[in-house]
Structure formats: C-alpha cells, structure tokens
Design a protein around this ligand. Structure first.
Ligand code: FES
Length: 118
C-alpha cells in the first residue's frame, strides 16, 4: 500500500498511521527508555512504601510503636497472641500464620500463655 507523496519503501500501517523506518528508529528506543524508566520509578516507590525488613505491614502503621499490655489476672486460663503480624484480630492469633508460613516458607507461630492447670 502506498500513499501519494510517500516513496514505495516507506511502510504505511493499515490504520493510516505512517511509520517510516526513521520514525521507528526513534520511537522504539524512546519507548524502551520510557518502559525501563517507568519500571525503575515504580520499583523505587514500592520499596519506599514497604521498607525492607518490616514485619508489621498493616497494623497501626501511623503509630511509632505498637505496644499491648495485659494484666495477668485478666488473661483467664489461656490466651493466644500473634507473632506473625498477619492476624486480623491482632494482637490475638487468628490462624493467619498458617497461610503466611505456606506462602513464605517461614515457621512462625503464636505465643500461648496459659495457667498450669488449664
Ligand atoms: S495469626 Fe499470627 S501467629 Fe497466628
């Protein structure tokens, strides 16, 4: 397919968009640089929002420190506390550590506090 005013050697896309070899030689590197740049910026931003080594990824993130305190008399006969930071009932364990361990190969489990006779 040719277009009046354009030599036979220049390809013309069926949509009517004219793409010469010179256009492609500029467009392809620009697209590659844009794609690589976009990937690097996205990677940088995602690493900033999830700092390496953080175990708490969702609970009270606006607080500088997450602390819970319980009186031993209020615990009752048994209490099960989360140590994986994945529980929806944090600080109590809801069993979410099982899925976390399966997905990551980790081996975390809860802290269980109970009276001797319980
Ligand atoms: S849910 Fe976190 S230790 Fe069980």
């Amino acid at each position: 397919m040719t277009t009046p005013g354009f030599p036979m050697s220049q390809p013309v896309a069926s949509s009517g968009c004219r793409l010469s070899k010179e256009h492609l030689m500029v467009a392809v590197p620009v697209a590659l640089v844009a794609a690589v740049g976009g990937f690097l910026v996205g990677h940088y931003l995602s690493r900033r929002s999830c700092k390496k080594g953080q175990v708490n990824t969702s609970f009270n993130k606006d607080s500088p420190k997450v602390v819970h305190s319980f009186d031993i008399e209020e615990i009752g006969s048994k209490a099960v506390y989360c140590r994986c930071w994945k529980s929806k009932k944090f600080p109590y364990c809801d069993g979410a550590h099982t899925k976390h361990n399966e997905e990551t190969g980790d081996n975390v489990g809860p802290l269980i506090i109970k009276k001797k006779d319980a």
